[in-house]
Design a protein around this ligand. Structure first.
Ligand code: GLC
Length: 440
């Protein structure tokens, strides 16, 4: 093709009677003008040419202190011609999931990047809402191993981890309690407070507050209580193993705690209506001695610039067992017209610098190890080491394309068990088996 093009230019120049030196110049000039741009990438940085439409990131509500994700995107916008924008969905995982699936299925909506909960990777990949991470080999070094594993499915990498999550036990430091190492230890600590006159309880109304509303938070809390009691729900070879004395003991801990009488119940009854924000508020108001929550609550309880935390508190790992591994991953939409720019933005948001900002200023658990090892971070945020250890010990939820349906059935089962002193029936097991296999 090049030879045909060169011959045509030569012929044209000869017909117009150029002298031979000029002739060669014309041919070479024409070749350079036509071929060089074709051989180079569209732009020196390899991205698609910028357009006026911003790259759209679809994400659950940013709950970090001062909306640090938005601030990072604003920083990208200040240094890149291709602008980007976050479109915010509801905060609660289930509501964000429903809204994201709706976006993915509606052809009119344009999304470039999905900020997916770690449990949705398989579903979005199998439905082809997202593409395997585009544009050649990815530098995976520096990411924590567990969050990165949640970006993989069917032997491929589909996303990069934006933030990770492992729960911590928050406890009031003005009550003189030893942080407990087991579920029975939590109960023993509350018993101590119960024995004190009301005036010495510092306003505490209950032992423990958590997220027991019927949504993904209930799945997470029930899994953790069952694990802490030595039981399990789905075995490593993908069977339902919830019908055990240990699993029942975990559920009973929650059920009995909620059913306790008025005089300082083990679990704040309002927990059955709380999500992450509701439980953080109750703890901040001083209503409970302990709280199970994600690390982002730490920063919400110690707002930047405030003279003192909202209540005096410290954190330890969850008592008795591992946390569920939480977090969100950034994946490129299969309908993005700018996958290379989307990839560049994801790499920017998951870079060391961005991860440090998200953790230091927003309290979102970083997905890169170096952030936790930084001397300044360790000095300013004494819980960084505890958090890193909790992330490394955390357990993922089942990796399946029908995770959300499974989790909804599990929530129904847990709610029934909480009303029946933790009892699990054969019918529960069958419902969970069917849901795990994608049968409803
Ligand atoms: C947090 C976690 C997420 C989990 C959700 C449950 O956002 O990061 O993985 O599904 O809480 O409420």
């Amino acid at each position: 093709m090049v030879r045909r093009f060169a011959t045509a230019v030569w012929e044209w120049a000869r017909r117009h009677r150029f002298r031979s030196g000029v002739l060669t110049g014309v041919v070479v000039g024409a070749l350079v003008a036509v071929l060089v741009p074709a051989l180079l990438p569209d732009r020196p940085d390899g991205l698609e040419p910028p357009t006026d439409d911003p790259l759209i990131i679809l994400s659950g509500l940013d709950e970090s202190d001062d909306k640090q994700r938005e601030i990072l995107v604003a920083q990208w916008n200040a240094t890149h011609r291709q602008q980007a924008r976050i479109v915010s969905l509801p905060a609660r995982a289930d509501d964000a999931h429903a809204a994201m699936v709706e976006y993915a299925q509606a052809t009119a909506n344009r999304v470039d990047i999905y900020n997916l909960d770690v449990t949705w990777t398989a579903e979005f990949a199998a439905a082809r809402y997202i593409v395997p991470f585009p544009g050649g080999p990815v530098d995976r070094s520096g990411f924590l191993e567990k969050p990165l594993l949640t970006c993989e499915w069917n032997g491929k990498l589909w996303a990069l981890p934006f933030n990770t999550d492992a729960a911590l036990l928050y406890h009031r430091t003005d009550l003189g309690l030893e942080p407990p190492g087991s579920l029975t230890g939590v109960r023993a600590a509350i018993d101590q407070v119960r024995q004190r006159p009301v005036a010495e309880r510092r306003g505490v109304e209950a032992g423990y507050v958590s997220q027991l509303r019927a949504y993904e938070g209930l799945t997470v809390n029930a899994l953790e209580a069952i694990w802490a009691a030595g039981g399990d729900v789905v075995s490593r070879d993908n069977r339902i193993v919830i019908k055990s004395e240990e699993a029942a003991a975990g559920l009973r801990w929650l059920a009995a705690g909620l059913a306790e009488p008025g005089n300082l119940p083990l679990i704040l009854p309002g927990s059955r209506g709380f999500d992450e924000r509701g439980s953080t508020d109750a703890f901040a108001e001083g209503r409970a001695a302990f709280m199970r929550n994600w690390p982002v609550a730490y920063r919400l309880l110690t707002p930047e610039g405030a003279p003192a935390p909202r209540v005096p508190f410290a954190v330890t790992p969850l008592p008795g067992g591992p946390s569920v591994l939480g977090g969100q991953n950034l994946a490129v939409s299969s309908r993005s017209a700018r996958p290379r720019a989307a990839r560049a933005l994801i790499e920017y948001l998951t870079s060391e610098r961005s991860q440090q900002i998200l953790f230091e200023r927003g309290g979102l658990a970083a997905t890169r190890r170096i952030v936790y090892l930084d001397a300044r971070v360790q000095e300013r945020y004494p819980y960084a080491q505890t958090l890193l250890e909790s992330i490394e010990a955390a357990r993922p939820r089942p990796m399946t394309t029908n995770y959300v349906a499974f989790s909804q059935v599990f929530q129904g089962v847990v709610r029934e068990a909480l009303d029946d002193n933790g009892r699990i029936t054969d019918d529960h097991v069958q419902r969970l088996e069917a849901a795990l296999r994608g049968r409803r």
